[in-house]
Structure formats: structure tokens, C-alpha cells
Design a protein. Sequence first.
Length: 232
Amino acid sequence: MEPHVAVENRYQSLDAWHEVDSYFTEVLIDEDEALVAARLSGSSTTMPNAEVAANQAAFLQLLVKMSGAKRVLEFGTLAGYSTIWFARAVGSGGFVCTLELEPENADVARRNFVRAGVLERIELIVGPAAASVADLVSSKVEPFDVVFIDADKPRNPSYLEAALALTGSGALIILDNVVRNGAVVDADSDDPRVIGTRTAAQMIAEHPELEATALQTVGVKGWDGLIVARRI
Ligand code: DHB
Ligand code: MG
């Protein structure tokens, strides 16, 4: 039985999952120089290594393309890596609005948008996302087709509220980092990020116009996951 146990352990290790993630990323994911540069420039933001993994970005891009989305709203730009994937997904007639708190991250992102040739499809709004999005709501912008919530996790509930104010029927609302190494299952957690995510998940569950699921991810970013919700 020993070899069997050893094999089983191998497939239960994060190293093995990382290896598989790297394998499929290498085989399936096409990053041009601009995307590679954007991903690497994450290290010069205030949150190094927080950008989505390449294969997860490709998944988000597929969701945008499959849903025919033309307008994407993103909470949390950082170096703009996922923003570029979104901007390419919506095509030349599309639009991405991305919200970033830190001016120095926004500077990094802007350079990445220029390099990727997508600057004119993107509106980058610098400042607290809650205030930026409140301005969007009060200025009655055209509804968004996809909202990607990937900013400070304690505010996930208010970002979800804003997403609901800025979308209509058929829109997708996606929340990043909902697993965080399993911390999400702790109902007694006093971590505001866990509380923010659990509250948002509960709001989604109780909302009569949202249907949703969560997908766990393992690999180059460790153990994490996404909630994907669709507005009926
Ligand atoms: C963190 C935030 C993210 O959006 C992410 O993808 C990874 C990490 C963080 O808050 O640490
Ligand atoms: Mg994230």
C-alpha cells in the first residue's frame, strides 16, 4: 500500500497543483510581451503578486467573450494585468472602467495600457473605489455587462451593492479571492476580509435576481477561488 499512499500524497500537494497549473498555462495561455510586462510589473505596486494568475485571467476573458460583454467594470486595478485581458476581450468597440486607490499603482497601470495598445478603451479612475463608484451611480452611466470585484475584501458587500446599481439583466458579477486558503469557512472569523467575503456571499445567496456558484482554484496562486454570479 505504501506506493499508493505516496502517489496520493503527491497529488494532494500544493507543489503538484502548481506544476499542473504551470503546465496548462504554458500549453494553453498566450501572453504577448505587453501582458508579460504587465504581470511582472505587479511587483512594483503596493500589492506585489496580487494580480490574477494568467490562466485565471484567460478564464475571465473567456467569460467576457462568451457573454458578449462590451462594458466591464473592475474594482482594483493594481498594475492593470487583468484590465488588459478585459480590454482585449471587449474588442475595439468595448470599454473597461477600472478603479484604483493608489496613484502610484495607477501610473504603473497606465504605462501597461499604453504598451498593450488598449489605453483608449480604458477609463482608469484613481481614488477610493467606494467614492468613484458612487459617482458612476449618480451620473447614471450606461450599465455594465461584467463587474469584477477584486479590491479591498472588507468592502466586498458595498462593492456588490454598487455592482447591482450599475448592472441589468444578464450581467455577470465576479468576486476574486473568496477562498483565501480556506479561511472563508470560518463563521467566527474576526478577519474583516473573511467577514466581507462571507457577507457578500450571503447577499448573493439571498438576492432574488442573482444565480451564482463558487469555483476553487489551486496552483501558482496557492489555494483560492472565485464567485461567479449572473443577474437573472
Ligand atoms: C490579495 C488581494 C487580491 O486581490 C489577490 O488577488 C491576492 C491577494 C490580498 O489582499 O492580499
Ligand atoms: Mg484578486
